[in-house]
Design a protein around this ligand. Structure first.
Ligand SMILES: [Zn+2]
Ligand SMILES: [Zn+2]
Length: 99
């Protein structure tokens, strides 16, 4: 599955919509071509890979990753974290991880 350049044709290439999200305006994301495509079907007309049309799944994943990073930074449980000097820099290190 490779990009054949078909997705760059004007009939498929989706310009960035103004005032609404790409998924909301019916565009779909191709992971292989790394672009948004205007197409009725579920598969990319260029590479044949299944297109992403569900923004919720993407957003949910991204949110999860962000909140995970936030909790590890903002979580100030003293028994879990400690400040350490490493190479002259003060860094926050995790003492114990969930086993
Ligand atoms: Zn392509
Ligand atoms: Zn594609």
């Amino acid at each position: 599955m490779t990009c054949k350049g078909i997705c760059e044709r004007p009939e498929y290439h989706a310009p960035k919509p103004t005032g609404m999200g790409r998924y909301a305006s019916g565009q779909k994301r191709c992971q292989i071509c790394e672009t948004f495509i205007k197409v009725e079907g579920l598969c990319c007309p260029c590479c044949g890979y299944r297109l992403r049309s569900n923004p919720r799944a993407v957003r949910y994943k991204r949110k999860l990753r962000v909140s995970k990073g936030k909790t590890s930074l903002e979580d100030n449980k003293p028994n879990r974290k400690q400040m350490e000097y490493v190479d002259g820099k003060l860094v926050l290190t995790e003492i114990s991880q969930d086993v």
